[in-house]
Design a protein around this ligand. Structure first.
Ligand code: SF4
Ligand code: SF4
Length: 369
């Protein structure tokens, strides 16, 4: 499969995958977007990068976060009401705890104000997004030290704020990037765990995806159709932002000219680029791929060019890249293949009741003309 046919197959596979997500993720008893943020520093880099590349997406995230700020402010109002009740009922005799509660409330209010503001699009600044869960849990722990503090929090919350009990504890908050009516505001820039379909729910998303899509369709559903210009722009931006932003790129349906353009972007960033043509690709294990990529020295770049590649080879590559990502390593690597070939037999891990699949977080593109 090449060219327009490949782009069409990707579009169709993605639609089918999305239909499964829409059906299952609403029905599970454990909706993970309602169980706290899963974003870490690497995920944040990815979000910042995509926001820089796409002003419309940046606006979507900023608008979404302003609405999240409204929800957090509603929660904060209730926290303040409880703090006032505690103070009125003699809590002021607990001077140290009251002072700590007041500090937590101030931090929460500062965060809400920052979230609403036009914060700079910058990794250091946006790291604040990772700290809110600590502010919230410190506030709740502080309230728990006052007799009846958590009960008052839940009672006053009713339908105007989000606090609820789960057992004797306060239930975790929704992810900071989740809105009830629109879902995730991060789209394709969502964190690795989410993009890789980590799922422990019942019904189970991965099981339903396996029932609905063949292995090859699942691989295609994890591709993004993109113009070569956008891919090159992303590669330039990553290199401008620094090595920690560089992510391996996989380009399917790429022409020889387009592969030259990729090499030229890497070269212009000062890398010594090696292009390796793999004429007879055999299936390499994830460990072999990992070893090869770990061998790419600083200041060097590697492009591997395959005439055709199948889902199994991409899956093994994804396993290797996942391990490299977990170590926060960023080899300058691109793989290009002209054609996508049918997989003779699905990868064994596809059927292996895994809790996540490794392809979703890759920069896996089908190049459209
Ligand atoms: S990924 Fe799994 S646990 Fe999360 S919402 Fe979907 S079905 Fe539920
Ligand atoms: S980042 Fe998005 S997909 Fe992941 S938990 Fe949050 S809202 Fe859900």
């Amino acid at each position: 499969m090449t060219g327009q046919e490949l782009v069409e197959q990707v579009r169709e596979a993605r639609e089918r995958r999305q239909a499964v997500i829409d059906a299952v993720c609403g029905a599970c008893e454990n909706k993970c977007c309602k169980q706290m943020t899963m974003m870490g520093t690497q995920d944040l880099r990815r979000l910042v990068k995509v926001m820089m590349l796409d002003p419309a997406f940046e606006q979507q995230v900023r608008d979404g976060l302003r609405r999240v700020a409204d929800n957090l402010e509603a929660d904060l109002r209730v926290v303040r009401e409880v703090a006032d009740l505690i103070a009125a009922s003699g809590g002021s005799s607990l001077g140290g705890e009251m002072a700590e509660l007041a500090r937590n409330i101030d931090e929460w209010a500062d965060f809400v104000q920052w979230l609403r503001g036009d914060f700079p699009l910058d990794l250091d600044e946006m790291r604040r997004l990772l700290f809110f869960s600590a502010i919230r849990s410190n506030t709740i722990n502080c309230l728990a030290r006052f007799r009846g503090g958590l009960g008052a929090l839940v009672n006053l919350s009713a339908d105007k704020a989000s606090f609820q009990f789960r057992g004797k504890r306060i239930a975790p908050p929704a992810c900071l990037f989740y809105l009830d009516d629109v879902g995730c505001i991060c789209n394709e820039a969502k964190p690795a765990k989410c993009a890789n379909f980590f799922c422990a729910g019942v019904p189970n998303l991965l099981e339903e995806l396996r029932k609905t899509l063949s292995f090859d369709e699942f691989v295609l559903a994890n591709c993004t159709a993109s113009s070569i210009d956008r891919i090159l722009e992303m590669m330039r931006l990553e290199r401008r932002l620094g090595t920690l932003f560089v992510e391996p790129k996989i380009l399917l349906g790429a022409s020889a000219d387009q592969i030259d353009m990729v090499a030229s972007v890497m070269g212009r960033a000062g890398e010594r680029v090696r292009v390796r043509h793999v004429q007879r690709p055999g299936l390499r294990s994830a460990a072999e791929v990992e070893q090869e990529l770990v061998g790419i020295a600083d200041g060097a770049g590697l492009i591997e060019v395959f005439p055709g590649i199948n889902g199994n080879t991409l899956y093994e590559l994804a396993l290797a890249l996942d391990r490299i990502r977990l170590r926060d390593e960023h080899p300058s690597f691109a793989l290009a293949a002209v054609e996508v070939l049918p997989t003779p037999m699905a990868h064994p891990l596809w059927d292996d009741r895994m809790m996540a699949q490794p392809l979703g977080v890759l920069d896996l593109f089908v190049v459209h003309q």
